[in-house]
Design a protein around this ligand. Sequence first.
Ligand SMILES: [Zn+2]
Length: 391
Amino acid sequence: MTATACTACGGTRLLPFYRVEAIPVHSCLLVDTREAALAFPKRDLELAFCEDCGFIFNRLFDPTVLDYSPDYEETQGFSPRFRRFLETLCDELAERHDLRGKTVLEIGCGKGEFLVALCERAGCRGIGIDPAYRPERTASPAMDRLTFIRDLYGTDYLHLAADADHVCCRHTLEHIPDVSGFLGLVRRGIGERRGVSLFFELPDMERILVEQAFWDIYYEHCNYFTAGSLASAFRRAGFRVTRQWKAYDGQYLMLEAEPAAASFGSSGDVARTREQVARFTAGIAARLAQLRGEAEAWRRAGKTVALWGSGSKAVGYLTTLGLEDEVAAVVDINPFKRGKHLAGTGHAIVGPDDLSGLRPDVVVVMNPIYVEEIAAELRRRGLAPEVTALT
Ligand SMILES: [Zn+2]
């Protein structure tokens, strides 16, 4: 099943440029045993660049193989660095959109940590919708202002957008195969009301291309936006983009919008993205060979290697490079992940305290933004491995 039209603009001038075979369809789903993790469903990915709007997507994507059940464990909320980022973002949004006393709808709220923080800090009401929501994880003094629905957002929930003053959607649009259909649904829900604001946050593809950060390309993400292709998708769906910026060391793309009439036109960065795609294509094989060589050298030297961070980046890094026993374990500070296994590769997930037994020689940090935090965790346990980050 190969898509022949762009899922954002409908254009048919598609340029396929990057292919990875047999990668696990989920990277954040917890798997209980190594056997089940190794037997996890796998599919191929092929990124295509749309010459018309600059959007990039997996044209082999099959949404029917995905299951966002409550076992889906996406939270980064156990990191102090990430908590600070969320709280600062909440305060900025609350002030800019004057959210006190208002109603905020979050589509794809995960475990609800952002919405809870926003309601607590901004004094607003919150409605969150996500199939992976877990009620037992939420404890908040703002609970009487919070409602959660464990489901996917769809036509049954148009009334939620109709009642909201602010709609936010973080790290969700990149999972939704029908981009224009989804944005159209949000727009329909808001209708003709004025004064409604939107905030969207998702990974920035420009950085992935420029840095050849292939570990950020994985099956769950069918969509890869640059600032320009994201703005175009919103304009076509009937929104006016009011603000765009990058955050979290340039890893995330942030967009604010308000309802308007639909408008068309190219995104402005299509030519630049085309060049970045060409450079990525030219350099990626050497990049993969270099990192495989590095892992092979660790193995030959008899070094014990641990990855720190068991999220999608770890799955992307291990499966794209085809690493197996080169890596002994994957560390995660999220206690809900300890004792589970990484989908596709079967690596065991351990907690930071387990490292005293493992005594790694090398710790590969999956997200460079956490290097200081992780170095401190290692020092506290009397460990001094070589620490290297994916950059
Ligand atoms: Zn397109």
